[in-house]
Ligand binder design. Structure first.
Ligand code: GLY
Length: 382
């Protein structure tokens, strides 16, 4: 299917989700071929017909021309900054370069900066927009499945510090999110699978019917069949939008979106935040552990924990420690990584545990010794 077509099949995938945040409310549009039609959505938001585009070296080759042609066809002037692809670009030096370029482009507060890319571009551009002229408008066009279902929504923006990931940032909501199913077709299968882990998360944390649906439809979603993947993205966006609307700054319920993340971040840290373990893969295994710990502590049935593990394993995501990195982890090193997690409050580790599939709770009563024993039972070394 061409990105430029507007067939009946394209219409079938079209859905919209509103993030209800009063003066900061915005729409997420989900559909096939939206990049080629981007000006239809962006045009009405502009106070003057000019924008800046931020993308990376990889996506510039794949998708930039489609966006630029769409803007040209609607007489929307554009300047583009192309950032080096990769996590290393979430740095102070790239932020400085990007802000300098946007000032040189004479981007004003009411102009829109378009982030065309995955989580790195979205996080960096969003943070630049948050601080440029004390807050400039921005638009997310997420190009990875993970960004479409998670990082482009909800206004978390950040760069990394030497001490850890995402430690310097701001909440800054976009004015619009365009999730085009067509751009997903250029993703490597491993990236699709990593994004799928965040989709499963929404079923696990709050929507058992969606978890059932994923058990039935995961093959179509992972094959990127437009209607199935659009349905999965839209359901994920609805779940996240509802939580963000109730708790924009993570003073409570938003923490549930971190299901699988306390465990996952520890494995990411010990494997060096790289190709050895993608974030979504870490979250998938983290969910297996979160449900297993929930079952061990009597919060949820072992049949629900087994069901989560079975689904995550069935799609090809990791379900055992042996499948992570070189498979060798010291329990103490894992516990230490979890004690340094961003979510630690007053020295207490915070886990998102489950009472059943679709019902999660925040637990801060997991002691280091119990955690250590649990991890050893899961395959870590003492
Ligand atoms: N990714 C978790 C959140 O946006 O809150």
């Amino acid at each position: 299917m061409s990105a430029h077509s507007s067939s009946a099949a394209d219409q079938d995938t079209a859905q919209s989700v509103r993030v209800e945040l009063a003066a900061r409310a915005y729409d997420i549009h989900i559909g096939t071929g939206l990049l080629a039609k981007a000006a239809n959505y962006i045009g009405p938001l502009l106070t003057r017909k000019r924008v800046a585009i931020v993308t990376d070296t990889h996506l510039a080759e794949l998708h930039l021309a489609t966006l630029q042609e769409a803007l040209n066809a609607s007489d929307i002037a554009h300047d583009t900054v192309v950032i080096e692809a990769g996590e290393g670009s979430k740095s102070f030096s790239q932020l400085e370069t990007l802000c300098g370029a946007l000032i040189d482009f004479e981007i004003e507060r009411d102009d829109c900066i378009i982030a065309l890319g995955g989580g790195v571009i979205g996080d960096l551009t969003g943070f630049a927009a948050a601080i440029l002229r004390r807050g400039t408008r921005f638009i997310q066009i997420p190009t990875s499945l993970l960004a479409q279902v998670d990082s482009s929504i909800g206004g978390k923006t950040a760069i990394n510090a030497a001490q850890g990931k995402n430690l310097i940032g701001a909440f800054h909501q976009p004015d619009l999110v365009l999730a085009d199913m067509h751009v997903l077709t250029t993703l490597p299968p491993r990236q699709v699978l990593a994004g799928y882990a965040e989709i499963v998360k929404y079923g696990g944390l709050g929507n058992p019917a969606f978890f059932d649906w994923l058990e039935q439809n995961h093959q179509a979603v992972l094959a990127l069949e437009p209607a199935a993947v659009a349905q999965a993205v839209a359901e994920s966006c609805r779940a996240k939008a509802a939580i963000v609307a109730r708790d924009e700054r993570e003073s409570g319920e938003r923490a549930l979106l971190n299901l699988g993340h306390t465990f996952g971040h520890a494995f990411e840290k010990l494997t060096g935040y790289g190709e050895a373990l993608l974030h979504g893969e870490a979250v998938a295994y983290g969910m297996v552990l979160a449900f297993a710990l929930s079952a061990e502590r009597g919060h949820c049935s072992s049949s629900d924990a087994d069901r989560v593990k079975a689904h995550i394993g069935a799609v090809g995501l990791p379900i055992t420690m042996a499948q992570i990195g070189n498979g060798k982890f010291e329990a103490d090193a894992l516990v230490e990584a979890m004690r340094q997690d961003k979510k630690v409050q007053a020295g207490k580790m915070r886990f998102i545990l489950a009472q059943k599939i679709g019902h999660t709770i925040i637990a801060d009563d997991v002691e280091a010794d119990a955690l250590r024993s649990f991890l050893i039972a899961q395959g870590a070394h003492s």
